[in-house]
Design a protein around this ligand. Structure first.
Ligand code: NAD
Ligand code: WQD
Length: 333
């Protein structure tokens, strides 16, 4: 089976590519490299022994996207490509709406033209907005608090309408919670440009001495220690969720799954776990809440377990150790 992985040189796409190759899938990657590097292909080859075929294409451009399907018989697509920085999306909303939505529409148009109607889409827990309670099940009301989140919700709706209009489509929307960590080899991982927005990459840079200290955004939330609680999931477990989903990708219609662990950890839990797992200090200071943050975000992942037979296996220590291992091995200049 040949799978086209869009955004396959990115953080989650590269980990999923490794797992796909190791399960015997043939993988083709398309990416415009706006947030990743072609060198990731060499790392994938080092881990798996296979360098996937690569197309440097912007998916908002239809003709180059068509060419990928003309040149290959593609059975299914996993669509990771997109811009993902919440803060940036508030500053550059049009860029986010255009890139994320146009690419998702162009991709589906081209897939339909070539009769490839099996699609897995990277959605996000951000589509639950500020949930009334936790844990969150897939039938919770949907809303968003920033343009990035709105692109995810709009794409979910576009794909749902598509499946309604044409019963041959088989679409799975995967709502990821907070992916962190890296491949056990330390060869691929998360490598954001500039000062990181997300917690784990920021902690890694503080531990490495590149940033002075972590700002903990608020300690007055109604949580066990006052800091924000999230459902952190190891990126390898998340990648394996895609394997489970692709193996079940044969029922028409739209299928929606939360991919999380169901366990909640606070910011300070993460700091402590990182320090303990890696025997290194992470200096921090408590600062004001970050606008738009919610107190707690936690998945109920039982639907994915029931229907896909998927469950996370890796714990917080694996997440912290692998993130630091990647930084040590691959991010040193
Ligand atoms: P990433 O930025 O590492 O990977 C996305 C890739 O898409 C990048 O390599 C980028 O170059 C590519 N890309 C962007 N626009 C493109 C376009 N128009 N044409 C071709 N390639 C394009 O991000 P990631 O963390 O691996 O996230 C993958 C997907 O998962 C994204 O859709 C993201 O919104 C979603 N998601 C991520 C998280 C998270 O915390 N990382 C959580 C929930 C959902
Ligand atoms: C986690 C916790 C912060 C940085 C984001 C997106 C979401 C999804 C996953 C894509 C929060 C705290 C953080 C720092 C801190 N992505 N924090 N100091 O905001 O839960 O989710 O990534 O779909 O859409 O919004 O993740 O890692 O930014 O924050 O105290 O320097 O860490 O307040 O409680 P978030 P995060």
């Amino acid at each position: 089976m040949t799978v086209l992985v869009t955004g396959g040189t990115g953080y989650i796409g590269s980990h999923t590519t490794v797992e796909l190759i190791q399960k015997g899938y043939e993988v083709i990657i398309v990416d415009n490299l706006c947030n990743s590097s072609e060198s990731v292909l060499d790392k994938i080859a080092e881990i798996t022994g296979i360098r996937p075929k690569f197309y440097l294409v912007d998916l908002t451009e239809k003709e180059p996207t068509r060419k990928i399907f003309e040149e290959n018989k593609i059975d299914a697509v996993i669509h990771f490509a997109g811009l993902k920085a919440v803060g940036e999306s508030c500053v550059k909303p049009l860029e986010y709406y255009y890139n994320n939505i146009a690419s998702s529409v162009v991709l589906a148009e081209v897939m339909a033209e070539f009769g490839c109607k099996k699609l897995i889409f990277s959605s996000s827990a951000t589509v639950y907005g500020e949930p009334e309670r936790v844990p969150i099940t897939e039938d919770f009301p949907l809303s968003t608090t920033n343009p990035y989140g709105t692109t995810k919700l709009m794409i979910e709706k576009i794909y749902t309408d598509l499946a309604k209009a044409d019963a041959e489509w088989n679409i799975t929307l995967l709502r990821y919670f907070n992916p962190i960590g890296a491949h056990e080899s330390g060869l691929i991982g998360e490598n954001p440009n500039g000062i990181p927005n997300n917690l784990m990459p920021y902690i890694v840079k503080v531990a490495a001495g590149e940033l002075y200290q972590l700002s903990v955004f608020g300690n007055d939330y109604p949580t066990h220690d006052g800091t924000g609680v999230r459902d952190y999931i190891h990126v390898t477990d998340l990648a394996l969720g895609h394997i489970a989903a692709i193996e079940k990708l044969n029922e028409a219609g739209v299928h929606i799954y939360n991919l999380g662990t169901g366990n909640g950890y606070s910011v300070l839990d993460i700091v402590k776990a990182f320090e303990k797992s890696n025997n290194i200090k992470v200096p921090y200071v408590i600062t004001a809440r970050r606008p738009g943050d919610i107190p707690e975000c936690l998945a109920d992942p039982s639907k994915a377990e029931r229907e896909l037979g998927w469950k996370t296996k890796l714990g917080l220590e694996d997440m912290c150790r692998s993130a630091w291992n990647f930084a040590q091995k691959s991010l040193k200049k």
